[in-house]
Design a protein around this ligand. Structure first.
Ligand SMILES: Nc1nc2c(ncn2[C@@H]2O[C@H](COP(=O)(O)OP(=O)(O)OP(=O)(O)O)[C@@H](O)[C@H]2O)c(=O)[nH]1
Ligand SMILES: [Mg+2]
Length: 691
C-alpha cells in the first residue's frame, strides 16, 4: 500500500514518517538547513508478515504544492497530518481537497504534536478536522492523536496502517504497464534510474519499455520494488527502474514522463474530461481559462473549453475540453487537478474521459452521448455504451490502449453482449448486435433499390454503396463489415461489387442487341478460335471498349470466359473443351496428354491451345507435369455446361431479357444459373451455406 502524507507546513509529516519508519525523508541539504520539506521523500516499512508500506512524504509549503501533487497521484491511502496546536490551516484544506479530487477513498488523520497542548485543544482540533472531512470521501476517517516526541500513538498508528494495507490487498496488475516518473537520476555503476509508482500492469527485468511522451525506447536492466531488488514490479508498488537505451539519460527523462508498455505510447494534447470546481473558487469557470494541469507526476499549461454550462464552484461535474500546451501520456479514467494560472490556488479536478477529443463539433448531442458513455468508470460498460451512439463502432485497439487494457480483456463483454467484431488488417472494430442488424437492413434496402433501378448491373461498388447505408461507416470498417455479412450469406461480393444474393443481372436492351450480334462470332465452327475483342469490334462496328465491357460482364454472369487477355470464349465452349481434354486424357494410358494432342482436336493453332491449357491450369482443372498435363478430377465440374435441356448460350440472343447467374468458383460446384433452370442462389441462404 502506498501512503501519501498531506497537511500544512511544519505540522509534523516528516517527523511522523520518521517515527514510523526510522527514515528521515528530508534528504536535500536545503531541506535540512531550512527544516522544511521541499521535494518528495520516500520511506518503506516491511512488516514481518510480508505486508509492505510505502510512504510518499510531501512538502506542506504552498510554494511546493506541485511537488505535493506529483506525489499524491498514485497513492492508495492518505495520512493527513494536523498539528494539535495549529489545527486546520490553509494547506490542510487544500491538500484534503486535492486528495479528494484525486479519488483517494482511504485515509487516516494524525493529530500531531499532542505533547505541546492540553487535552481540550486536542479535542478542539479533532472537531475542526471532522467538520472539514465531512464534505469529502474521507468523512469517516479515523482521527488519532500522536506525538513524534513522546511517541504517543505511534505504535497504534503503525498497526492501523498495516491493517489497512492487509485489507486493501494487492492492486490488480492487469492491463498494460505504466509508471509515472517522479525522479530520474544517475546511479554510479548502474546508469539511469527512474522511480515512481506503477499505476497499472507490471514490468519485468528485460522488458522493452518506452518513455512517453518523448518516445525514447529503453530496456529494463534491473528493478527495485518497494526499495528491494526484484525481478518484477507491479501495480501499486513503488519501483526504481534502471533503464538502458539510446538517448536514455538523466537529462532526457523528467518528472512527469511516463515509462510504459510501448503499445501504450500515444501522447495526447486534447482531452475531454469531467471537471468539478471547488467551492472555494470565487466564480464559475470561463471559456478558455488558462490553468495549470496536474496529471500523474506531470505539470502542463492548459486552457479550458466549456462543453456544457460552466462548472459552478461547489457544483457538480461538467464536461470540459482541456487543450494542453504540451502532450502528456495519460489514460482514460485518470484523475487530474487544475490550479490557477499563477499557481496560487487549486481550482478543481476530475477525470479524463476521452483522450482523442475532437477539435471541432465538440458540443454536438452525439458528442455529449459519447462522453456520457466514456464517463462510465467500468471500461467494459463504457465500451458497450459507446457502441449505442454515433458513429456506432469502436476501434477496440485504440479504446483498449486508452484505457490501459489489452483488447483481449474485453472479449467476455463483447461475447456476452452479442456485439460483433470485424478486423481489417491489424485493427479490430466492434459493432453492437443492434447496429449489425440496422446496417444489414439498410444495406439490403439500398441494394434492392439499386437492382430495381439498374437490373443490368451485377451489383454496386463499395464506395457508391457506402453513403447509402446506415449507419455510415468509414471505408475500412464498411468493407470489412460487408465481408462479414458476405460470409454470413447476407450479401454477395464479387470483386469490387456487392449485390443481394437473390439478384440476377439482366442485360439492358442495348446490350442484348449487341450481344445478339456478337454471339454468332463466338459460336459454331470457329468457337475454339473465336475473334479477339478488337476483331469483334471491327466486325460488329461497335467501339472496342463497349465490346470488352459487355464480354466482361457476361463473364461475371457466367456466360463467357476470358481465357486470355481480350480473348473471350463462350462458357459452354470452355465446358466442351474441358470435356475434350478429359477425353484425350482418358485415351492416354497414364492419363497425361500434351498440348499438341489438344491443339489437333480443337484445330485452333498452338498458341491458342496453350493459352486455353494455361487457363485450365490457373483454375486447377488441369495439372501440369513437365510438358504434359493431367486432369484434376476434383475441378472438372468448374466449367460444366449450362444445361443440356436449355438453349445453348449462343442461342438465346432473341430473348427480351436474360437472367443469368455465375458459377460458384469457391465451392467448385460450377452450378450455372440458367433461364428459369436450377439456380443455386434461389436456395435459402442457410441451405446454400450448408452444402
Ligand atoms: N513537540 C513536537 N514537535 C514536533 C512533533 N512532530 C514534529 N515536530 C516538530 O515540528 C517541526 C516540523 O516538523 P516536520 O516533520 O518537518 O513538519 P512537516 O509537516 O514535514 O513540514 P513540511 O514538510 O515542511 O511541510 C520540526 O521542528 C519537528 O521537530 C511532535 O509530535 N511534537
Ligand atoms: Mg516535511
Amino acid at each position: 500500500m502506498i501512503i501519501g502524507t498531506a497537511g500544512h507546513i511544519d505540522h509534523g509529516k516528516t517527523a511522523l514518517v520518521r517515527a514510523l519508519t526510522g527514515v528521515n525523508t528530508d534528504r536535500l541539504k536545503e531541506e535540512k538547513a531550512r527544516g522544511i520539506s521541499i521535494d518528495l521523500g520516500f520511506a518503506y516499512l516491511h512488516a514481518a508478515d510480508g505486508t509492505e508500506l510505502g510512504f510518499v512524504d510531501v512538502p506542506g509549503h504552498e510554494r511546493f504544492i506541485r511537488n505535493m501533487l506529483a506525489g499524491a497521484t498514485g497513492i492508495d491511502f492518505v495520512l493527513l497530518v494536523v498539528a494539535a496546536d495549529d489545527g486546520v490551516m490553509p494547506q490542510t484544506v487544500e491538500h484534503l481537497a486535492i486528495v479528494d479530487l484525486l479519488g483517494v477513498q482511504q485515509g487516516l488523520v494524525a493529530v500531531t504534536k499532542t505533547d505541546l497542548v492540553p487535552q481540550a485543544r486536542r479535542d478542539e482540533a479533532a472537531r475542526e478536522i471532522k467538520e472539514k472531512l465531512a464534505e469529502t470521501r474521507l468523512a469517516s476517517a479515523e482521527i488519532l492523536p500522536v506525538s513524534a516526541v513522546t511517541r504517543e500513538g505511534i505504535d497504534d498508528l503503525r498497526d492501523k496502517l498495516l491493517l489497512s494495507a492487509r485489507r486493501l490487498g494487492e492492486r490488480a496488475a492487469n492491463g498494460r504497464f505504466r509508471l509515472a516518473v517522479d525522479r530520474c537520476f544517475t546511479l554510479p555503476g548502474a546508469g539511469t534510474v527512474v522511480t515512481g509508482t506503477v499505476s497499472t500492469g507490471a514490468v519485468a527485468v528485460g522488458d522493452r519499455v518506452m518513455v512517453s511522451p518523448s518516445g525514447l525506447s529503453a530496456r529494463v536492466r534491473s528493478i527495485h520494488a518497494q526499495n528491494r531488488p526484484a525481478e518484477r514490479g507491479r501495480a501499486g508498488q513503488r519501483c526504481a527502474l534502471n533503464l538502458v537505451g539510446d538517448g536514455i539519460s538523466k537529462s532526457s527523462i523528467v518528472r512527469g514522463d511516463v515509462v510504459l508498455d510501448p503499445a501504450q505510447h500515444a501522447p495526447t494534447d486534447r482531452i475531454d474530461a469531467a471537471l468539478q470546481v471547488l467551492a472555494s473558487e470565487p466564480k464559475a469557470i470561463e471559456q478558455w481559462t488558462p490553468v495549470w494541469l496536474y496529471h500523474a507526476a506531470a505539470e502542463v499549461g492548459a486552457r479550458i473549453v466549456l462543453l456544457e454550462t460552466a462548472p459552478e464552484p461547489g457544483g457538480g461535474k461538467r464536461y470540459v475540453q482541456l487543450v494542453l500546451d504540451w502532450p502528456i501520456a495519460a489514460a482514460a479514467g485518470d484523475r487530474f487537478i487544475l490550479r490557477d494560472s499563477s499557481a496560487q490556488r487549486t481550482i478543481g479536478g476530475g477525470r479524463f474521459l476521452d483522450l482523442r477529443a475532437p477539435g471541432r463539433k465538440r458540443r454536438t448531442p452525439e458528442r455529449c452521448a459519447q462522453l456520457d458513455a466514456c464517463a462510465i468508470t467500468e471500461p467494459e460498460h463504457a465500451l458497450l455504451a459507446l457502441l449505442e451512439h454515433a458513429p456506432f463502432y469502436v476501434n477496440l485497439n485504440a479504446f483498449a490502449r486508452d484505457w490501459t487494457l489489452l483488447a483481449s480483456e474485453f472479449d467476455r463483454a463483447i461475447e456476452r453482449s452479442g456485439a460483433v467484431r470485424v478486423a481489417p488488417e491489424d485493427e479490430t472494430f466492434v459493432l453492437s448486435q443492434a447496429t449489425r442488424e440496422r446496417f444489414t437492413g439498410s444495406l439490403q434496402t439500398a441494394l434492392a433499390a439499386f437492382h430495381a433501378e439498374q437490373p443490368g448491373h451485377l451489383g454496386l461498388g463499395f464506395e457508391p454503396l457506402r453513403p447509402k447505408v446506415e449507419p455510415r461507416l468509414p471505408s475500412k470498417v464498411f468493407s470489412s463489415v460487408l465481408q462479414m455479412l458476405a460470409r454470413a450469406g447476407e450479401v454477395v461480393l464479387e470483386g469490387a461489387l456487392a449485390r443481394l444474393p437473390s439478384h440476377q443481372a439482366r442485360l439492358s436492351p442495348a446490350d442484348q442487341m449487341l450481344w445478339a450480334r456478337i454471339t454468332p462470332l463466338l459460336s459454331g465452327a470457329t468457337r475454339f478460335r473465336p475473334p479477339r475483342v478488337g476483331e469483334i469490334a471491327a466486325q460488329v462496328a461497335a467501339p472496342g471498349n463497349e465490346v470488352r465491357r459487355l464480354l466482361k460482364s457476361l463473364s461475371r454472369m457466367g456466360q463467357t470466359n476470358e481465357v486470355a487477355a481480350d480473348h473471350f470464349f463462350l462458357h459452354d465452349t470452355v465446358a466442351e473443351m474441358v470435356e475434350i481434354a478429359a477425353d484425350i486424357a482418358a485415351q492416354n494410358a497414364n492419363g497425361q496428354f500434351g498440348a499438341a494432342q489438344f491443339r489437333d482436336r480443337l484445330d485452333n493453332g498452338r498458341k491458342v491451345a496453350i493459352q486455353i491449357l494455361e487457363f485450365f491450369d490457373r483454375h486447377g482443372v488441369t495439372q501440369r507435369i513437365g510438358d504434359l498435363r493431367r486432369m484434376n478430377a476434383a475441378r472438372l465440374g468448374l466449367f460444366r455446361r449450362l444445361g443440356a435441356t436449355e438453349p445453348r448460350a449462343g442461342a438465346h440472343s432473341g430473348r427480351e431479357s436474360s437472367p443469368v447467374g455465375r458459377p460458384d468458383f469457391k465451392s467448385g460446384r460450377g452450378r450455372q444459373t440458367v433461364f428459369g433452370g436450377f439456380d443455386s442462389h434461389s436456395l435459402p441462404p442457410r441451405a446454400r451455406k450448408a452444402d
